[in-house]
Design a protein around this ligand. Structure first.
Ligand code: ARG
Length: 462
């Protein structure tokens, strides 16, 4: 088959080459961006008197027909056309004739693909932000109901101090807020137009890059053509941003898996978002959070893949760069479905507050409070207070009880400076509510944090 670039070739390409070289089977996803990019380019060429008004009308109508053929499934995608850029241009020329052949004036596939892919990534960046906001709203609803629900706060997966479940969820809200901000920041940096960079060095045609940038919604035009046609930072940024977001999702997922176990029984995922076992009839498995945890791996893989593709590439465009798309497509799809299903799983799960609270009655969660009491009320240096508290914990262990249930007489025996008001400090709810320092777990502080996230979502309404 005759290629668009076949002028200097004597023999035609082998089928094997066509199959190996083609990106059309996946880059066709960019057809809207490609057509919009061509329309903007043609408008600018007309404005600059490089194309006539009649030619612009033909191109505009022709591209509208191509678009409808693609959307109705009539359009023939062929690996012999190599990529969507050539496939669309070939069909356009078949429909409108010579005007179609003029469209590529002052343009190269190198800037064309950079425009299409960048715009696709920028749009998906906004979609991911919107999904993150919906997830945050759902977490906020649950967190708001549980600002008094005690849950053991852990370090090293060991009971540490009593917190409340709302506060625990606020930790995830903090992560997802940062994910949104990272995407917003990346959007601003990447919203720069590559169009008009042509192959690598610009063009002698009198083009207007500001005009096409504006038509396509870019904030500005790129500064250096050589960099622009080979720059894939925008793709790396979204992969990194999705990777970080999936890392956060995987951490929450891990907790959902643990909390669903009999050993924890802190939550129960709804039947709608749980699965059964093919052999064990009693099973209800948390496949959703497990898969979310697992899918994080493929996203990291795409990030590492593209970093490796880009490593050591000489300027400017190299065909290696064609390997930039599939990992990004897959990661974006993974991100969007992950956010959606996580939101639904959280919305429909049952929170077993009672079990969370009873889990607090083991592990001596109030130990730090006893030490704090000794410091605050008895003027004992913290190190010494730590030691005395350790002895109180040992006593509780010996009695087979939790420190929060110890009788006053035992504490008095350990240190005569302790008064009866110590018992107030050992009540778990009081312990949680005592942590009133900024960002702390007390119900008052947790409510402040929820208000902060509510305001963030309000300020970031689309
Ligand atoms: N299909 C190519 C890609 O995705 C488009 C750019 C091709 N440019 C070239 N000079 N061969 O990267």
């Amino acid at each position: 088959m005759k290629k668009m670039w076949s002028g200097r070739f004597l023999a035609s390409a082998s089928n094997l080459l066509d199959e190996f070289n083609a990106s059309i089977m996946y880059d066709r996803k960019l057809y809207i961006e490609d057509i919009e990019g061509s329309l903007a380019h043609a408008q600018m060429l007309t404005h600059q008197k490089i194309l006539t008004k009649e030619e612009l009308t033909q191109i505009t109508d022709g591209l509208a027909q191509v678009k409808s053929e693609i959307e109705s499934g009539e359009f023939v995608w062929s690996i012999h056309d190599e990529d969507l850029h050539m496939g669309i241009e070939k069909r356009l020329t078949a429909i409108i004739g010579d005007a179609g052949k003029k469209l590529h004036t002052a343009r190269s596939r190198n800037d064309q693909v950079a425009v299409d892919f960048r715009r696709w990534v920028l749009k998906r960046n906004l979609d991911i932000i919107e999904s993150l906001k919906l997830l945050m709203s759902e977490i906020l609803v649950v967190a708001n109901e549980h600002t008094q629900t005690l849950i053991p706060g852990m370090t090293h997966l060991q009971h540490a101090q009593p917190t409340n479940f709302g506060f625990h969820l606020c930790a995830y809200l903090s992560m997802f807020k940062r994910d949104i901000e990272r995407l917003q920041d990346s959007y601003k940096r990447c919203n720069v137009s590559p169009l008009g960079c042509a192959a690598l060095a610009g063009t002698p045609h009198k083009i207007d890059r500001d005009m096409t940038a504006k038509l396509l919604g870019f904030d500005s035009v790129s500064v250096n053509c050589l960099d622009t046609v080979s720059d894939r930072d925008f793709a790396l940024e979204i992969l990194f941003n999705i990777s970080t977001m999936m890392m956060h999702i995987s951490r929450l997922s891990e907790e959902l898996v643990m909390w669903s176990s009999y050993e924890f029984s802190f939550i129960e995922l709804s039947d709608e978002y749980s699965t059964g076992s093919s052999i064990m009839p009693q099973k209800k498995n948390p496949d959703v959070p497990e898969l979310l945890r697992g899918k994080t791996g493929r996203v990291y893989g795409s990030l590492m893949g593209l970093l490796t593709v880009m490593k050591g590439l000489p300027l400017a465009y190299n065909k290696d760069t064609q390997e930039d798309k599939e990992g990004v497509f897959d990661s974006v799809e993974t991100a969007l479905i992950s956010l959606e299903i996580l939101k639904e799983a959280i919305k429909t799960m049952e929170v077993k507050s009672h079990n969370m609270q009873s889990a607090c009655s083991v592990g001596h969660l109030a130990a730090t409070d006893l030490a704090d009491y000794l410091v605050e009320k008895c003027g004992i240096p913290f190190r010494e207070a730590h030691f005395i508290t350790g002895r109180a914990v040992a006593k509780a262990e010996e009695l087979g009880i939790d420190l929060s249930d110890i009788e006053f007489k035992y504490l008095k025996e350990i240190d005569a400076r302790i008064d009866e008001d110590v018992l107030e400090y050992l009540v778990l709810k009081n312990s949680m509510n005592a942590r009133t320092s900024a960002g702390g777990t007390s119900t008052v502080r947790t409510k402040e944090q929820l208000e902060f996230f509510r305001k963030f979502l309000k300020d970031n309404k689309q």
